[in-house]
Design a binder for this molecule. Sequence first.
Ligand code: BEZ
Length: 242
Amino acid sequence: METIEKIETKEKISAMPRIGDVAPTFEAITTQGNINFPADYVGKWVILFSHPADFTPVCTSEFITFANLESKFDKANCKLVGLSIDGLYSHIAWLRTIKDKIEFNGMENVEVKFPLIEDITMEVAKKYGMIQPGESKTQAVRAVFFIDPNSIVRAIIYYPLSLGRNFDEIYRALIAMKTSDAFNVATPADWNPGDDVIVSPAGTCGVAEERMTSDDELECKDWFFCTKKLDKDTVLDKILKK
Ligand code: BEZ
């Protein structure tokens, strides 16, 4: 097996964006017209995701699922943008086939209304580290970039070609990050709206002591691990569009 260093030298892979970076810029042709990224999305969250190829079964199941959830993401002020290393006409033909012929998990006649980027040159895929040559040199892996309203990359998920993504988890991650921003809290494992949230760790010995002794809204398992209640409606009222 080739080492990462050898592959990187051979393929001249550009640096991948990291959490906290400004999203790399690009202009692209999509199934919904041209886009200027991320400028066109300032003020909104965006999920930029790649898939290996049009007319493939796992990708088809993913597109049907994601398109079916689009209005839910829109309510959370989040736009979806897809990408694969296929041409525009392939994209259009595939999306038409999905709508006309494919049923998946009870979803049918599904129209994909979000933009799907054509990236035959792999320019965007390379900028975003979506080509991972150990997995495939010609197809993008299943990458998911969460980009916030200030165009900052906030989370990244990568899946291999054979593994369809869990879109409930993608939605949960979006809602959790929006909740962290809105309420200045962190979210524990498997958190969902309505579950207790984590308050930032005590930064001084005094605060650590206070947290263990005072009887306020916090529940502390120890000085470094304190949670508080955050009502589901309070969360959803604040982070979802009315
Ligand atoms: C698929 O979407 O079904 C797929 C694409 C590339 C490799 C393996 C599966």
